[in-house]
Design a protein around this ligand. Structure first.
Ligand code: SF4
Length: 653
C-alpha cells in the first residue's frame, strides 16, 4: 500500500488536497490531507466520487466513431487519424476558423488545457467569449480593481462582520462553511443575504431574504445610507480611489423608495444592515456567482465593490470583496512555448450567440466543433435550440470520460484520463491559495488516453512545425518555473505545501491595476466598452410566471455527479404556489418556459419564497434538465449567461 499526494480537480472554490491510498494497481481510498493548511483533513462527497468515476462501469475506454449503424469502437490510432484528417480537411477547404473549440473548466488541471496550445500552433481557430459561470463578476472587478483578488480564508477571522451574499458554502465550499462556523464561535457575526433560505442561511446569525436580482438595489441603498450618515471612509476615498464624487452624486439622484421596493425589504432593515456594516470596521463580503447571473450582473458586483470601498474595507485585514482570487494565472507561465504568437488566424463570438454562430456564422461557417473539459449540451441555456445547432455541424469531437449529453451528439468521442491517472498542476482561482502537484496514482489503460499525449501525437502526425515534444513533467516544470521568484522549486511543489503568503490580503499595498492606479468608482474602461462609467442601477427583469433559479447541488458540480441516478429531476417551490395551482407536493408536473419544457417532481418548501422555482443544475436530459427552459440572454455585454432571468410556469400533467 502506498499513499500519494493529489488535489481535487473539480471546478470548486476549494481545490482540496487529498491523500490517495493505492493498493497495488488499484486506488482504494481518497481522504482529505489532514496536514494541509487549507484542507485540514476534510473534503466533500464529490471529492470522494473521483474514485467512483475512476472505476465506473460506464466509463469510456475506447474512442467511439459514429457510423450509419451508430457508434463503433475504434483504436486510439484510428481516432488520431480521423481527427488529423478532419482538422486538415476543414482547415484546407474553409480555413482554420471553421473549427470551433469549446472548453470550460470541468477538470482543472493545467495539462488538461493543452488543446489551447495545440490550436494556437495550428494557426488559430474560433473560440467563444463570455461565460456560463462567473464572467460578469470577473469583468466588474477588473473595472474596479484592475484585477480579481481575494483574501486568504484565514483572514476571515480578522473581520467583525461577514456578509455571505448570494452564496451557499454549505453546498459549494465546505472550507468556507467551516470558517464561518468557527467565526461565529469567535463571536464574529455572519449575515446571509439570499432569496433562498439555504442551509448556510439556516446556520448563520442572521438571514436577510431579498428578491432575486435586487442585490444591486440593496448595495446601492446601503452605500447611500452610509454616505448620508457620514460613515464613509474619507481618508481611504481621498487617498486610494477615483471617481467617488461622481458616484455619490449618482446615488443621491436615485429614488430611494424604488431601491428599497426592489429589494422587498423594509427601509429600516436596510438601514440597520448598512449601519452595522459601516461600523463593523472591518467587515468582509463573500459574494456568490448566482447574483451575477442576471442581466445586471456586472453592475451588481460593481455596486458591491463600491459599497466596500466606500467604507475603506479594501486592502485591509478582515476586509475585501472575496469574489475570486486569480492569483496563479498571473504568476505561472501557462504558455511556456509562446504558442499564442502562432495564433494569427483566430476569431471569437459571444457565448450567448452559440446557436446563432453555429448556424449562421460566415466566412467561414463553423464546420467542426471540438469540445473538451465541458458538457455544453447539458450546461448551455436554451438547450433545445443549442442541441439542434450543434447536431447540424458537420463534424463534432468530444473528449470525455463518459457518454454525456454532448458525447451522445458527437461524431467522434475520445476518452480522457481520470485525474488519478495523470500528473498535473492544480490551483484555485477562487478560495484555496495553495498550488498543488498531482502525482499519478495509477496507470491508465493506454498512455494515449491522456489528452497531453493525444495532442502531442496529433501534432506529430499533422507535421505541425515547432510543436513541443516535451514529456508532460518537462512541460509542467516549465509552467511553474516562475514560482522560483517566490522561493519555490518544482521539487518543493511536488513534496510540500506551496502558497504565496505575502499576497494573503488582497490589495494590501493599495496599488490597484486600474488605469488610475486607484480603486475606480468611475471606470473609463467601462465607458469605453459601452457601459456606464460608474455602477448603474439596472432593475431586475420582470415577467409573468415564476423565476427559475438553478444553483449547484451539494452532491454534484455541473453535470458530473448525477450519472446513474434513476427517475426525474426535482424542483422546489413555495407551498403557496402549489396550492394556487391545485398541485400536491411530490407530484410529477410539466415545467415550461418560452424555450421549452421538462417533467419534474415538484416539492413544496418554505425555504423557497413565492415567485421562484429552485432546482439544481446537473440533471441530464433523461432526468429533465432545467437548461431546456433557461433563456440565452446575458449580462450587460454578454460576459455572463443570465440564466436566472428565466421565467417558468408549472402545470399539472
Ligand atoms: S470541497 Fe470542492 S475541492 Fe474539496 S473535495 Fe469537494 S468538490 Fe473537491
Amino acid at each position: 500500500m502506498k499513499t500519494i499526494k493529489h488535489a481535487c480537480t473539480l471546478d470548486c472554490w476549494d481545490r482540496c488536497s487529498f491523500k490517495v491510498h493505492v493498493d497495488g494497481d488499484r486506488v482504494v481510498k481518497i481522504e482529505g490531507d489532514k496536514y494541509h493548511p487549507y484542507t485540514k483533513g476534510f473534503i466533500c462527497k464529490k471529492g470522494g466520487m473521483h474514485l467512483d468515476r475512476l472505476y465506473s462501469e460506464e466509463r469510456l475506454r475506447k474512442p467511439l466513431f459514429r457510423t450509419e449503424d451508430g457508434f463503433t469502437e475504434i483504436s486510439f490510432e484510428q481516432a488520431l487519424d480521423i481527427m488529423a484528417d478532419k482538422l486538415e480537411h476543414y482547415k484546407g477547404k474553409y480555413g482554420s476558423q471553421s473549427i470551433f473549440h469549446f472548453e470550460q473548466w470541468a477538470t482543472g488541471g493545467v495539462s488538461k488545457c493543452v488543446e489551447e496550445i495545440f490550436f494556437n500552433f495550428m494557426g488559430g481557430i474560433t473560440e467563444s467569449k463570455g461565460d456560463t459561470c462567473w464572467g460578469a463578476g470577473i469583468k466588474a472587478q477588473k473595472y474596479d480593481f484592475g484585477n480579481v483578488k481575494g483574501h486568504n480564508l484565514k483572514d476571515i477571522h480578522n473581520s467583525k462582520l461577514i456578509l455571505v451574499w448570494g452564496r451557499n458554502p454549505h453546498s459549494t465550499s465546505v472550507h468556507l462553511m467551516a470558517s464561518l462556523q468557527e467565526a461565529m464561535k469567535r463571536n464574529i457575526k455572519v449575515v446571509v443575504i439570499d432569496p433562498i433560505r439555504t442551509e448556510t442561511a439556516k446556520k448563520a446569525d442572521k438571514f436577510i431574504r431579498i428578491r432575486p436580482s435586487s442585490d444591486i438595489a440593496l448595495a446601492m441603498a446601503m452605500t447611500r445610507i452610509i454616505v448620508e450618515e457620514g460613515l464613509d471612509d474619507k481618508e481611504f476615498i481621498v487617498n486610494y480611489t477615483y471617481g467617488f464624487d461622481a458616484y455619490k452624486e449618482y446615488l443621491l439622484s436615485l429614488d430611494m423608495d424604488s431601491l428599497v421596493e426592489a429589494t422587498g425589504l423594509a427601509l429600516e432593515e436596510i438601514k440597520s444592515l448598512a449601519m452595522e456594516y459601516a461600523s463593523a470596521n472591518p467587515a468582509t463580503i463573500y459574494p456568490g456567482y448566482g447574483l451575477q447571473r442576471y442581466r445586471n450582473g456586472v453592475n451588481t458586483i460593481r455596486a458591491i465593490d463600491a459599497l466596500a470601498a466606500t467604507c475603506g474595507y479594501i486592502g485591509c485585514e478582515g476586509g475585501g470583496v472575496n469574489y475570486a482570487n486569480r492569483l496563479y494565472p498571473d504568476i505561472l507561465d501557462l504558455d511556456p512555448y509562446g504558442s499564442a504568437k502562432h495564433s494569427v488566424n483566430s476569431r471569437s463570438f459571444m457565448l450567448r450567440d452559440f446557436s446563432d454562430a453555429l448556424e449562421n456564422l460566415q466566412n467561414p461557417p463553423i464546420k467542426m466543433v471540438v469540445v473538451s473539459k465541458a458538457n455544453p449540451m447539458n450546461q448551455l441555456p436554451d438547450l433545445g435550440r443549442a442541441q439542434r445547432a450543434f447536431s447540424n455541424v458537420e463534424f463534432k469531437v468530444t473528449f470525455d470520460m463518459f457518454m454525456t449529453d454532448t458525447s451522445m451528439l458527437s461524431d467522434l468521442v475520445i476518452p480522457c484520463t481520470n485525474t488519478l491517472e495523470t500528473e498535473d498542476i492544480i490551483y484555485s482561482s477562487m478560495n484555496n491559495p495553495y498550488i498543488s502537484f498531482n502525482e499519478k496514482a495509477v496507470e491508465p489503460d493506454d498512455i494515449l488516453m491522456d489528452e497531453y499525449y493525444f495532442f502531442r501525437e496529433l501534432a506529430r502526425k499533422m507535421g505541425i512545425e515547432g510543436y513541443p515534444m516535451d514529456d508532460k513533467l518537462e512541460y509542467l516544470e516549465k509552467v511553474v518555473k516562475p514560482l522560483e521568484n517566490y522561493g519555490y522549486s518544482f521539487e518543493d511543489l511536488r513534496n510540500g505545501y506551496v502558497t504565496i503568503e505575502g499576497l494573503s490580503v488582497a490589495w494590501k499595498d493599495k496599488r490597484f491595476q486600474t488605469p488610475s492606479g486607484r480603486f475606480e468608482f468611475v471606470s473609463e474602461k467601462a465607458a469605453a466598452n459601452g457601459l456606464c462609467a460608474h455602477p448603474k442601477f439596472i432593475p431586475g427583469k420582470e415577467e409573468s410566471g415564476l423565476r427559475l433559479i438553478t444553483p449547484h447541488h451539494k452532491d454534484s458540480l455541473f453535470s458530473q455527479h448525477f450519472f446513474g441516478i434513476e427517475g426525474i429531476s426535482k424542483a422546489f417551490v413555495n407551498p403557496v404556489e402549489l396550492l394556487k395551482r391545485g398541485i400536491a407536493s411530490g407530484e410529477a408536473v410539466r415545467l415550461f418556459s418560452k424555450a421549452g419544457e421538462i417533467v419534474v417532481q415538484i416539492i413544496g418548501s418554505e425555504d423557497v419564497p413565492t415567485g421562484i422555482v429552485c432546482m439544481s443544475i446537473g440533471w441530464h436530459k433523461t432526468h429533465g434538465n432545467p437548461n431546456f427552459l433557461t433563456c440565452s440572454c446575458s449580462s450587460e455585454q454578454g460576459e455572463q449567461m443570465a440564466y436566472y432571468d428565466t421565467f417558468v410556469e408549472i402545470e399539472k400533467i
